[in-house]
Design a protein around this ligand. Sequence first.
Ligand SMILES: [Zn+2]
Length: 538
Amino acid sequence: MNAQEIRIAASSLRLHLAMLKLFRYRVTSTAGVAEELRDRLAHREENFLTSVERLVFANPRSPYRALLEVAGYDWPMLRQLVLTRGLDAALDQLRVDSVYVRVGEFKGLEPAVRRGRTFRFQERDFANPHISGVLRAQSGGTRTRRTQSDISAEEFLEWVKFRLWLLEGYGLRERDVVIWANLPEGLRYLLQETSTGRRAICFTLLRPPGLGYVLLVLAARVLSGRPVPFLRSARAAQAVELARYISKTNTPRGTLVSTFDSSAVRLVIAAEEAGIDMGDVVFWIGGEPLTPLKHQQFARHGHRVVSMFAFSEFGVAAWSCPRGEEADDLHVLTDRVALRQYTRPVGQNGTTVSSYLFTSLLPYTRHVMINVESGDYGKLGKRRCGCFLDEAGFSLHMHTILSFEKLTAEGMTFIGPGLITLLEEDLPREFGGDSRHYQLVEGEDGRGLTRLFLLVSPQVGPVDEDALRERVLGAIADRHLLSRRGRTIGRIWRGADTIYLLRREPLATESGKVLHLHTARGALLADAAIPPDSQQQR
Ligand SMILES: [Zn+2]
């Protein structure tokens, strides 16, 4: 074990020990949640200002201090702007004045150039100085060296309470839960369910849980006084076994399956092919866009779906509307986030997208955000739908969400402008053609499983397709910010045959230009070039 591995192991141990303590708590009532939400919605300006005062102006290392300074804002001016114009208009003005952060700048992958000044930020610069990751860390006296301590039980429990409130709203509170996720997130979901007294079991997607997790569950049983089940394993290829398990254990109360979009589709297909009736199942999903085709796969089998929009730098920012007009119609959680849009170019060929910009409003946000890109774009608008989220005051909807700088499949997200360099420069150099000839398209096969289609123009001439596919997977593994994470993604996508090579011209966008990371949403399916069940031929 080298020093870095020891650090990772130690921080993982701290995470698990902190998590373990939370198994003692019980959350059975949602009293006060609606009032709290109303109060936050009524005080968005004040909450934003308090947050900026504490997390930006009181933090000499905050990147926003530099951005605000270059834009000519001090604290009184910023305060004045927000109080006179309102939060949304103030954020738009700040963006015009160059106070925003691109996804590549946030990740430390590209410098931020504003009004002739160049800044190099790292993701950790944006971290909430009072919090580290999902764990609460109290500033240990000095600002340069933070010391980690407990997860704040209050905050965690507040989140659990809000989730319970959502479950009530969606009419799902009484259901037993099957979690199908990666570790350690799966354990966190199990903890959330256990603390509300619900029956839950967790299957891990990637690898069987090790001895450490057996010990954790044993400890959790002692602390919670509840029969917390051992973690079990069900790889993507074992979906049929999970379907059989659900079919056997389902009750008249019904089951809630919490997993990624693609995994949920996989489960539905596996059950259908094996002739298994899973019974009354509702899917609670996130991690990928819920496309119309995926939505149909669930609806066709009578399964309801609750989806969310989340990104790891912030957490969940929107929940699905039970009266949605689109497959991915979501209510933005405007009590904790402000969501704006702006037009920005993508790649070198003049294509633009209407990128989302997120601003965090609450003091315990994971990362401090002022007009930060998530790498997604889509539609945004106010609408009264009359559902429980609308009644609670969330009238802003986002939908038809696409990614411009990240690829998501099998619950794994790859992020990085490196992909655009790969497509526009590296592949043409190594395999022929030029920057217009390659495109990665996030799409679906005929059954709703997410595939990454690598489109290669016929003009390039003959290419070694296996070598090309391997080159792209290799680049994904190498270029991810966290090399371990990159290798995991490469392994999962290789195992799930996620990358599918097509010899055809890249797709043009609505503006007639090629977008190198294009979410096609079935556009490719209209093309007879893809068989309805596009299992990769090797
Ligand atoms: Zn709604």
